[in-house]
Design a protein around this ligand. Structure first.
Ligand code: 8YV
Length: 333
């Protein structure tokens, strides 16, 4: 009988990287990009030892109910709200993610959305192409400054810090942040950011970037009441998860002049984007491409492959996956 572990790869990724798995495992590949439903995921997980998954794959109790030999779920991505980690931990299944390799790329995209929204770049492009540029005017497409303004960051992990550095060192912005816990002073100094309370962050900043993990406590943390505390001239950027923002409240604020502009890379019900947002000119919309540079997406798959093999006790890091989310499982095992 074949003693090699079986692994499921839930999406087409980079073939040459995924091929490294085949040196150690039997690989069940997926030929087409697909949003697997719960039953399909459960069926795939039922007879594999490990899986390489993405944010399209929601994995909880129902999906692992029949997965008697499953040992490792390697998530390609840093955010893992698609995984029910307590359920996986209780089942003894190691879960891993891909931090670090996507930090700078995702911060770049966050800054791109901020610049595009504040300076109305996409709106200008559309307006020009529509033939609306009859004659140059002094007051065409007036936007908001980044340089010299106050940048707010909600969620000061690796990506938040990378955005702070860009704002402080690159654009001469004053940077304020709010986070579950305050950063050590030397880190605050290095990234050039000062800690404030949540309400103070909302009311003081000219631009606010959301980079916090999506948890039950953070659901709709940016709601109508929070938006009402922001400056009407402000820009809101969300590169975290859609569920952090009450999208209807956001659309309402953008329509009614209570917020100047927004840049969104994530949505509550991806890939569906609310018509209320699609209808607005003062919002820049991208299809969850925060980490989507070729080099970074390749690096993410490599990290996930390494984690998967290590979690299965295979390859150079056997038994020591670098990015275990539920690392407590490893010390017990
Ligand atoms: C990924 C992301 O593309 O890392 C994350 O949390 O949202 C993106 O970088 C996505 O997770 C792919 O699964």
């Amino acid at each position: 009988a074949d003693q090699r572990p079986r692994v499921w790869v839930s999406q087409p990724l980079f073939d040459d990287t995924v091929a490294q798995l085949a040196a150690y495992c039997d690989v069940v590949a997926t030929d087409e990009v697909s949003a697997h439903d719960s039953a399909a995921i459960a069926a795939q997980l039922a007879d594999v030892d490990g899986a390489l998954v993405t944010l399209n794959d929601r994995i909880g109790a129902a999906e692992i109910a029949a997965a008697s030999q499953l040992k490792v779920i390697a998530n390609v991505g840093v955010g893992y709200n698609n995984l029910d980690v307590p359920v996986l931990s209780a089942a003894g299944i190691i879960a891993t993610n891909t931090p670090d390799v996507l930090t700078e790329t995702t911060a770049d995209l966050g800054f791109s959305l901020l610049m595009a929204a504040a300076r109305r770049i996409v709106e200008s492009d559309r307006w020009l192409r529509e033939g609306s540029w009859g004659q140059w005017s002094f007051t065409t497409m007036l936007g908001a400054d980044l340089h010299g303004s106050t940048l707010g960051i909600l969620g000061m992990g690796r990506i938040g810090q990378a955005i702070a550095r860009r704002g402080h060192h690159g654009f001469g912005m004053k940077v304020l942040y709010h986070n579950r816990s305050r950063l050590p002073q030397d880190v605050e100094q290095a990234v050039g950011a000062g800690y404030v309370g949540f309400d103070e962050l909302l009311s003081r900043v000219d631009h606010l970037v959301l980079v916090l993990p999506y948890t039950a406590q953070n659901h709709h943390i940016i709601n109508a009441a929070a938006l009402a505390k922001m400056k009407p001239t402000a820009t809101l950027v969300n590169i975290a998860r859609g569920g952090i923002v009450d999208e209807l409240a956001l659309a309402d604020a953008l329509v009614n002049g209570r917020l100047a502009s927004a840049g969104l890379d994530v949505y509550e019900n991806e890939p569906t984007v609310r018509p209320e947002l699609l209808a607005l000119r003062n919002v820049v919309l991208t299809p969850h491409i925060g980490s989507a540079s070729l080099a970074t997406r390749r690096a993410m798959v490599q990290v996930a492959v390494d984690n998967l093999l290590a979690g299965l006790g295979l390859g150079p890091d056997a038994g020591r996956p670098a990015n275990a989310i539920n690392a407590d499982l490893l010390s017990n095992g």
